[in-house]
Design a protein around this ligand. Structure first.
Ligand SMILES: Nc1nc2c(ncn2[C@@H]2O[C@H](COP(=O)(O)OP(=O)(O)OP(=O)(O)O)[C@@H](O)[C@H]2O)c(=O)[nH]1
Length: 241
């Protein structure tokens, strides 16, 4: 795409904004409104750059960076409110075969279709992210443990029953394996530990045949030593206040 003339600010000659504006134009993100160089315009530019750096370019989902930020925020929220939150990690089954059989372009089509199906099968407040090549994650705040299996199954079935057009007259179906874990309530976890737990379940789903959901049985019974240490340190900290 050949970007149209860029509205460079006349009164901010020291700022090198050209490549930022070109990046926005290339990404199809609207250029900021208002008087070029004004505070509102610069804020619009910053907001647009933040938006781009939080998104996965292929699927439009949150990228790994945005996911990790959201995960840390959710851990804080759960520790403060005690509300349950579920993390699902998902991986497309035998995705290499799609690339090998139909080509990389078809693989990209499948990734976009799966991304759209995931967004479609959860609530707007849930965060869907692409965290690796064919790996996705969903953070579901305020998700009661009794509903975890239902939600994850809904996601799995949604993908299973979605035909993806990969070539003229050619459709294929793909499946995902899903692992899930609840954030331990009232105990401060870490993003790494939470992802590890969900991933352990994902490995089980893969090992047990794929196109399966496996959720960690309960949150409280599996609090790790690391999380106990974090809890202990939190209480010590409060004692000294
Ligand atoms: N088209 C496309 N392929 C990608 C992208 N990122 C990663 N891949 C491919 O994803 C495939 C992942 O293959 P594997 O890790 O072997 O996993 P798998 O074939 O899904 O097998 P299982 O996970 O065990 O079911 C590799 O072929 C990568 O090249 C991408 O952005 N686009």
């Amino acid at each position: 795409m050949d970007p149209s003339p860029l509205p460079l600010p006349a009164d901010a000659p020291g700022l090198r904004l050209e490549s930022a504006l070109q990046l926005l134009a290339h990404s199809g993100v609207a250029l900021p409104g208002g008087e070029p160089g004004s505070e509102a315009w610069l804020q619009g530019l910053v907001d647009a750059l933040v938006e781009i750096s939080s998104r996965d370019a292929l699927t439009g989902l949150a990228n790994r960076r945005a996911f990790e930020l959201a995960l840390a925020r959710e851990i804080d929220r759960v520790a403060r409110s005690g509300e349950p939150a579920l993390l699902l990690t998902l991986d497309i089954d035998h995705f290499k075969r799609v690339n090998d059989t139909w080509g990389h372009g078809a693989g990209d089509q499948v990734l976009r279709a799966v991304a759209a199906a995931l967004v479609d099968s959860v609530r707007p407040m849930d965060l869907v992210a692409r965290i690796g090549g064919e790996e996705f994650a969903i953070i579901l705040p305020n998700c009661a443990s009794a509903f975890g299996e239902t939600v994850a199954e809904r996601v799995r079935r949604r993908v299973e029953h979605m035909p993806v057009a990969v070539a003229p007259g050619q459709q294929l179906n793909c499946t995902v394996s899903i692992g899930g874990a609840f954030a331990p309530q009232w105990v401060r976890s870490t993003p790494t530990l939470w992802v590890e737990r969900a991933d352990q379940q994902l490995y089980l789903a893969k090992a047990q045949g794929r196109n399966l959901v496996r959720l960690e049985p309960t949150a409280v019974s599996v609090v790790s030593n690391e999380e106990r240490r974090l809890l202990f340190e939190t209480f010590q900290f409060q004692d000294h206040e």
